[in-house]
Ligand binder design. Structure first.
Ligand SMILES: CC(C)(COP(=O)(O)OP(=O)(O)OC[C@H]1O[C@@H](n2cnc3c(N)ncnc32)[C@H](O)[C@@H]1OP(=O)(O)O)[C@@H](O)C(=O)NCCC(=O)NCCS
Length: 168
């Protein structure tokens, strides 16, 4: 992994950040049309468990949006995490997750979950590298070389389900 070239500042997102986050999503996900997955509500109601990383001049370097489950307060969930292509493979994605782990562990969370499209090799490599396990339970199939749930989010939308115990 390359050394980080300049220090980054981590802060809570605010609603006014929505436009600049949504503007980078399709590009940062390699041209996939995913901006609709980040509606403004994430920057209205989930900022207390979400993070933005910026360079000294305020350029967006990465973000993570997540929350503590209202149904099960022992579970945290990360909806989206991404880093700028200019800042990848330098530990920023791991740092964003660590900020989230620290946040939610302090609120009693013991397990963090996330999902990703079964064909997203980068996301699967990243999540497993930072300690997430892949759910290979009943209903999963080997898809794109990984255990995944076929049609998890609807027809043809096959997803890998990750989980990581905190404090283990
Ligand atoms: C996935 C993503 C967030 C990783 O961010 P990053 O800043 O490059 O990650 P880090 O540098 O913190 O890497 C952490 C670990 O993941 C591994 N990793 C990162 N990118 C990887 C890749 N392309 N393939 C395999 N492993 C990878 C690193 O090697 C590192 O492991 P190590 O510490 O054992 O060396 C980034 O590539 C991205 O934004 N991708 C597009 C959006 C996306 O797919 N998000 C995830 C789904 S919501």
């Amino acid at each position: 992994m390359e050394a980080r070239t300049a220090p980054l500042a981590f802060r809570r997102p605010v609603e006014a950040d929505h436009r600049r986050l949504v503007a980078v999503v399709d590009d940062w996900w390699g041209g996939r049309q995913l901006a609709h997955l980040l509606p403004r509500l994430w920057l209205q109601f989930f900022t207390g468990t979400s993070w933005i990383a910026e360079t000294a001049d305020g350029t967006l370097a990465g973000f993570l949006v997540g929350f503590v489950s209202p149904d099960d307060p022992a579970v945290g969930y990360v909806h989206m995490v991404a880093t700028s292509p200019n800042h990848r493979k330098r530990g920023l994605g791991r740092d964003l997750y660590q900020h989230f782990f620290d946040d939610v562990a302090a609120r009693g969370v013991r397990e963090v979950r996330a999902i990703t499209w079964a064909g997203n090799r980068v996301s699967i490599g990243f999540h497993t590298a930072i300690g997430f396990g892949v759910d290979d339970g009943p209903g999963t199939q080997r898809l794109y070389g990984t255990s995944a749930y076929p049609d998890y989010e609807g027809d043809g939308r096959d997803m890998v389900v990750f989980s990581k115990r905190l404090g283990a």
